[in-house]
Design a protein around this ligand. Structure first.
Ligand code: APR
Length: 241
């Protein structure tokens, strides 16, 4: 056991697409990554919502279908168990870049979805009062429109060029300020602001650990420890589960 869970009072865990790879979901970068096949500038940027909404739905509608068929894997289960076994006075905030809801399906609570959730949709107009809603329809045949204002409805995920949702972002930053253990798992660490969370944790004096299938392309010196391997195998081992 490399990480003795009993020793840490305020833990922040950041997860990325690599944590859901064993659940059959594609990562974004690296072999077979979504952005290896699709042009991130054309489809991953907020401008695509108005310039080519049908293409956006073809991509995220397809992702939505994959997510609906996916189930948590041992990496999700290990984090949910860690939370369930926290002692009085211990906290663990799970900050995820994933939009698949698999942490919650594994039983995790206190999940901060900083990039949204692909199983939710909302109106594309920031002025519309339509509330975000659960939506399992992939909308791959027609772009849905808002029942209130007729604007195109969009998947409730954060696209490049957009701000993170305020509450999850604020919650994550607040927890980083006094955390004593920070883990980043299954992320390339290439997308801001999540890529800089480790620096906040290190500044707070936390132990900082990176767990990933491959080393970071530009290693971040704020990580004191790096463990290379599959999260679904390595995480239970490192946590002594
Ligand atoms: N276990 C651990 N790590 C894995 C596994 C696995 N089984 N399989 C793949 N990985 C690693 C890859 O080596 C890669 O470094 O997971 C990482 C996934 O990196 P990305 O695909 O870049 O995903 P992520 O870091 O979550 O992307 C951040 O970018 O496109 C945007 O909004 C999107 O949330 C996403 C953000």
């Amino acid at each position: 056991m490399v990480i003795d869970r009993r020793r840490y009072a305020r833990v922040v865990v950041l997860t990325g697409a690599g944590v859901s790879a064993a659940s059959g979901l594609r990562t974004y970068r690296g072999p077979g990554g979504v952005w290896e096949e699709h042009d991130v500038e054309r489809l991953g940027h907020v401008s695509a919502l108005t310039e080519r909404p049908a293409d956006v739905w073809r991509l995220f509608g397809g992702l939505r279908q994959s997510v609906l068929a996916a189930r948590p894997n041992p990496a999700h289960d290990a984090l949910a168990r860690w939370q369930a076994e926290l002692a009085q006075g211990q906290e663990l905030l799970l900050v995820t870049q994933n939009v698949d809801g698999l942490h919650q399906m594994a039983g995790s609570r206190n999940v901060c979805e900083i990039h949204g959730n692909v199983l939710h949709s909302r109106c594309g107009s920031p002025d519309c009062t339509l509330a975000q809603f659960r939506d399992e329809d992939p909308h791959t045949s027609a772009v849905p429109s808002c029942p209130l204002c007729r604007t195109a409805v969009r998947p409730d995920v954060v696209l490049f060029g957009e701000e993170l949702p305020a509450l999850p972002s604020w919650t994550a930053k607040r927890a980083l300020r006094d955390c004593d253990l920070f883990l980043a798992i299954g992320t390339s660490g290439s997308v801001a602001p999540a890529s800089s969370y480790v620096r906040g944790a290190e500044y707070a004096g936390a132990r900082t650990v990176y767990i990933n299938l491959e080393p970071m392309k530009d290693p971040n010196p704020a990580f004191q420890e790096v463990y290379i391997g599959r999260a679904e195998e390595l995480l239970p081992q490192l946590l002594g589960m």
